[in-house]
Design a protein around this ligand. Sequence first.
Ligand SMILES: [Zn+2]
Length: 203
Amino acid sequence: MKYPKPLSDLSHELSLLPGIGPKLALRLAFFISQRGEEKNLSLIEALRNLKNIKKCSQCNALSENDPCEICSDPSRNSEILCVVSDVRDLWKIESTKSYSGRYFVLNSLIIPLEGIDPEKAGMTKLFTLISTKKPKEIIIAFDFSIEGQTTSLYIKERLSTQRDQLGYMPQLTRLAIGLSMGDNLNNTDEFTISQAILHRQKM
Ligand SMILES: [Zn+2]
């Protein structure tokens, strides 16, 4: 069976998205094709507007502005820097309203098996930020996974070895209670995350 080309083109594009197999892609493409031009125009508009998203040159967060709203907000506490490995974790922490410091978003956790070394993970930019802004406390807010542990340990060790270069040693803390090994921050409820921030522990 050959589908009309516009339908199979859309179906193909959708099937490239994570978690969407060919069957679901076809179902969605069919649904979209049937729901009327007005709704589809707003979908097209929404997709087009995605190009307005920028990466903040200071913290790497995604925002319509550079620097982002958090980096350009003078009321945020510059003495605390929260390091996350995914911008969705930043949004999740922000939604708890339990944190008023600043952030840095890594490109990724360090995953040697996938060739993601500290450089690719974004450590150079993180350490440049630390040496210029000199936050008193750095909160490590990674998923509780092997990669999360590896990356935390890397930051801890690099801070100790570069102590003289940095001219100081920030206090390193990590998220606390409520999170267990294997937990994905983005899927954790807001109460647990806000408790984990409030009760963060020294590393
Ligand atoms: Zn920013």
